[in-house]
Design a protein around this ligand. Structure first.
Ligand SMILES: *Cc1c(COP(=O)(O)O)cnc(C)c1O
Length: 479
């Protein structure tokens, strides 16, 4: 007798529970403002409510979903609350979530063109769409020498850029024989920590990553970079890589890409431009100057999963010349050989990233771009910038406060003039209230509050309420 017993979810039950999950998510969005934005769970609290061991017998789906409500929700920090202003946004939208769900339903692996041609071709096309949408150089188009690929994160993108730069600088010697410890990479004191992590992973070593000083606006000083490169060359070292940032995480500082590119070209260094959050702003012609000089970059990335309504994970990574990246990361074991690859007529994205397997992430990005249209995306980005600028204006006009950095776009760095203790107390009080969530940074050695406007549903009334809460807590702490 064949064993016909099955524990699988039947297609009928999948349909029914699927509707229930979509209903749950829609209801969640409707009540998200009712929860404290920052989870109040204490360490171990969520885990203590979970059984010691996995269930022996399967459980009803209703029970599982009920536990999401009962056990999981109290341990959620609500990134999709319009009152979330912490870190940088990781925003989402209906079309993106549904595109991601479809990707799960199709469940394809897109490592090779032949493992799902649509997965590769849609990705290539959507990344080509974004080149003129963001005013990026034509060199990044797949029809030229370059091309784009979706990575999970900006961290992965900078790692791949660093690896390709390493190989270009050593004529692929370091991939064959290993690094010699003489390669030197550069970023600024304000650069995201992912560059240091990449230097560690790539075998460059954190000691060989130079943090260049910044100016009064926290942007990298090209002259200081040039001086450090010259000093390293004179010491017999091999400078090979620079990471410039368009919109630093700490203060939204914008490095002078054009001037940095000039320095890079003199010594033939790989220039990577990290525009993780702020690249999205370039959708609007009035913010295009952000990308000034990017035409001289060897690689570039921005994250639609931060500010372009595409839920995590979705980082768009472009290279000006794909052959360095591919030659750096390509391996071809027998079991992956196929006619399409041999023909050279297709892209195999496994050669553009660290892992082999890859999800069909282009679907959600395609859904977002088609749902909103360029016009819709621009509208919401402009609105976020406008609201942040309004908040910055309120800070400027209140003598108890100061702006700690220029606020070029959607991030406002501000603080009480009274010093760190007062600012820490204000931050703690605001976050404990549950009404909103802000995080901090240090600028010029001083504790600074950061308010980043970028959640999909943040409107004027939310930002007004945020400022009102800042004023209320400031008065209470002073009283
Ligand atoms: C958020 C951010 C990163 C890291 O992004 P991941 O996609 O989470 O790796 C890197 N650089 C900048 C400038 C960022 O804002």
């Amino acid at each position: 007798m064949p064993d016909t017993k099955s524990f699988h979810m039947s297609p009928e039950e999948f349909r029914r529970q699927g509707y229930a999950v979509i209903d749950w998510i829609a209801d969640y969005f409707a009540r998200v403002e009712d929860f404290p934005v920052l989870s109040r769970a204490s360490p171990g609290e969520i885990r203590s409510q979970l059984p010691q061991a996995a269930p022996q017998a399967g459980e009803a789906f209703e029970t599982i979903l009920g536990d999401v409500e009962r056990v999981i929700l109290p341990g959620i920090t609500h990134w999709q609350s319009p009152n979330f202003y912490a870190y940088f946004p990781a925003n989402a939208s209906g079309p993106a979530i549904l595109g991601d769900l479809l990707s799960s339903g199709l469940g394809v692996q897109g490592m090779l063109w032949s493992t799902s041609p649509a997965c590769t071709e849609l990705e290539t096309q959507v990344l080509d769409w974004l080149v003129p949408m963001l005013g990026l150089p034509e060199r990044f188009l797949s029809s030229g020498s370059g091309g784009g690929v979706i990575h999970d994160s900006a961290s992965s993108a900078v790692l791949c850029a660093l690896l390709a730069g390493r190989e270009r600088a050593t004529q692929f010697h370091s991939n064959r024989h290993g690094c010699d410890g003489r390669l030197i990479a550069y970023c600024s004191t304000q650069t995201h920590s992912s560059v240091e992590k990449a230097a560690k992973i790539a075998g460059i070593g954190a000691e060989n990553l130079r943090q260049i000083e910044v100016d009064e606006n926290f942007a990298m000083r090209p002259q200081a970079l040039a001086r450090q490169i010259a000093a390293d060359e004179a010491a017999g070292l091999t400078p090979f890589f620079v990471c410039a940032t368009v919109g630093t995480t700490s203060s939204n500082a914008i490095d002078p890409v054009r001037a940095l590119a000039r320095v890079c070209r003199q010594s033939n260094l790989w220039l990577h431009v990290d525009a993780a959050m702020c690249g999205t702003a370039a959708l609007c012609p009035e913010f295009r100057s952000l990308h000034d000089g990017v035409e001289f970059a060897d690689s570039y990335c921005f994250n639609p999963h931060k500010w372009m309504f595409t839920n995590f994970d979705c980082d768009c990574f472009y290279v000006a010349d794909r052959k360095h990246l591919i030659q750096t990361l390509s391996v071809l074991p027998e079991y992956l050989r196929n006619q399409a690859t041999e023909s050279g007529a297709v892209i195999d994205y496994r050669d553009w990233q660290v892992p082999l397997g890859r999800r069909f992430r282009a679907l959600k990005l395609w859904f977002v771009i088609r749902h909103y249209g360029i016009e819709g995306l621009r509208h919401h980005v402009r609105e976020h910038v406008r609201l942040a600028q309004e908040f910055a204006g309120w800070v400027r006009n209140d003598e108890r406060f100061e702006l700690a950095a220029p606020a070029p776009l959607n991030l406002v760095c501000f603080r009480l003039r009274q010093g760190d203790a007062a600012n820490q107390a204000l931050l703690n009080a605001l976050n404990a209230s549950g009404d909103l969530y802000l995080t901090h940074t240090k600028l010029d050695g001083k504790l600074t509050l950061r308010l980043c406007v970028g959640q999909t549903n943040t409107e004027a009334r939310h930002v007004q309420a945020a400022w009102r809460r800042v004023l209320e807590e400031t008065a209470r702490l002073a009283g």
